[in-house]
Design a protein around this ligand. Structure first.
Ligand code: PLP
Length: 362
């Protein structure tokens, strides 16, 4: 690979497209004749204003975000949204439904319980989070202020293959590890949030896409910095935004558009995921315990079923130009994160290594 880079299968922060890194590098010393780097620029300057305004416009275009939704560029990661969502949305009946399908949705539910009543409307915890519940299993409360889901479970390697029907109750979704991996109908959601460091930009930026009518009311004591309406009114510039991350996010969005948009991304991602899952399913050494119709196309969880052999795999893969294939400490085993920026060749390289490892360790 160019520049002696390796295939980085990290769950996040993760790979960025080469073209994006090159463009950021080429503009590091003097951004478009401004005489300075984006890193050094006032966020109130005309040059920077152009960057943030085009980043938001590009995001609207690439994701097809309707006009009645606000796009906010915030900080604090997806984890801060675990608290911001209830502080801004648990304001009518002070209760919400949470569907727990992995670590992050569990954390979101725990955080929300500090602000109101949380009903766990469904969970697959007893099944080691190896699948997503069906619509008929959801125990939804029509009086809930919202329903919260994690659309792609980064750690457990599962993904919702349908958008649950929540009636008139707004659906809130954590899209941290799958945003812009495929087209999504934004109108089906009341609020979408995502930390940028998986599929969009360097760490430090959090995206919130929220339907206008849902904001404007907060629980007493909500800090200004955690009030969606205040952030929306100031165009995400109430204070200094994460300038550099927003700039790189804009470059990523330009790259996505050039590549053909989210439909093309989806085809690429499905092709990569199929190559990897087929290799695992055909293998007599490796297996993936996530149910076939709940499998993530971004985070592929697999294992030999033997801790020592998994550790050997991680070690030898590192010696073969690959990194971060160890599973998350809470799920164990192995995991390959294959976000938008992971080229097909990277997955091919991994699949060849899986076959070689299997032949040598039978
Ligand atoms: C990584 C991740 C988080 C945590 O993100 P931070 O930005 O580190 O707070 C939350 N939810 C999902 C689905 C994630 O993948």
């Amino acid at each position: 690979m160019a520049y002696d880079r390796i295939y980085n299968f990290s769950a996040g922060p993760s790979m960025l497209p080469i073209e994006v890194l090159e463009s950021a590098r080429d503009n590091t010393m003097n951004y478009e004749g401004s005489g300075m780097s984006v890193m050094e620029m006032s966020h109130r300057s005309k040059v920077y204003d152009n960057i943030i305004v085009s980043a938001i416009a590009l995001m609207r275009e690439v994701m097809g975000i309707p006009d009645n939704y606000k796009v906010l560029f915030l900080q604090g990661g997806a984890s801060l949204q675990f608290a911001m969502v209830p502080m801004n949305l648990m304001t009518k009946n002070n209760k919400a439904d949470y569907i727990v399908t992995g670590s992050f949705s569990g954390k979101a539910a725990e955080e929300a319980a500090k602000y109101g009543k949380v009903n766990i409307a469904a969970t697959t915890k007893d099944e080691d989070f190896t699948r997503i519940p069906q619509q008929s299993e959801l125990n939804l409360d029509p009086e809930a202020d919202y329903v919260h889901i994690c659309f792609n479970n980064t750690i457990y390697g599962s993904k919702w293959n349908y958008i649950p029907d929540t009636g008139d109750v707004p659906l809130v979704a954590d899209l941290s590890s799958c945003i812009m991996s495929e087209p999504i109908d934004v109108t089906k959601f009341g609020l979408i949030y995502a930390g940028a460091q998986k599929n969009m930009a360097p760490a430090g930026l959090t995206i919130v896409i929220v339907r206008e009518d849902l904001i404007g009311k907060t629980l007493p004591g909500t800090p200004v910095m955690m009030d969606y309406e205040k952030m929306a009114k100031s165009d995400s510039m109430y204070n200094t935004p994460p300038c550099w991350s927003i700039y790189v996010c804009k470059l990523v969005l330009e790259w996505l558009k050039n590549m053909g948009g989210l439909k093309v991304m989806q085809e690429r991602n499905e092709k990569k995921a199929k190559l990897l899952y087929d290799a695992i399913d055909e293998s007599s050494l490796f297996s993936c315990k996530v149910e076939k119709n709940s499998r993530s196309i971004m985070n592929v969880r697999f294992s030999t079923g033997n801790e020592e052999l998994d550790a050997k795999f991680v070690k030898e893969s590192a010696a073969n130009g690959m990194s971060n294939l160890k599973g998350h400490r809470s799920a164990g085993g192995l995991r390959a994160s294959i976000y938008n920026a992971m080229p097909y060749e990277g997955v091919e390289h991994l699949v060849n290594f899986i076959k070689k490892f299997e032949a040598e360790n039978k």
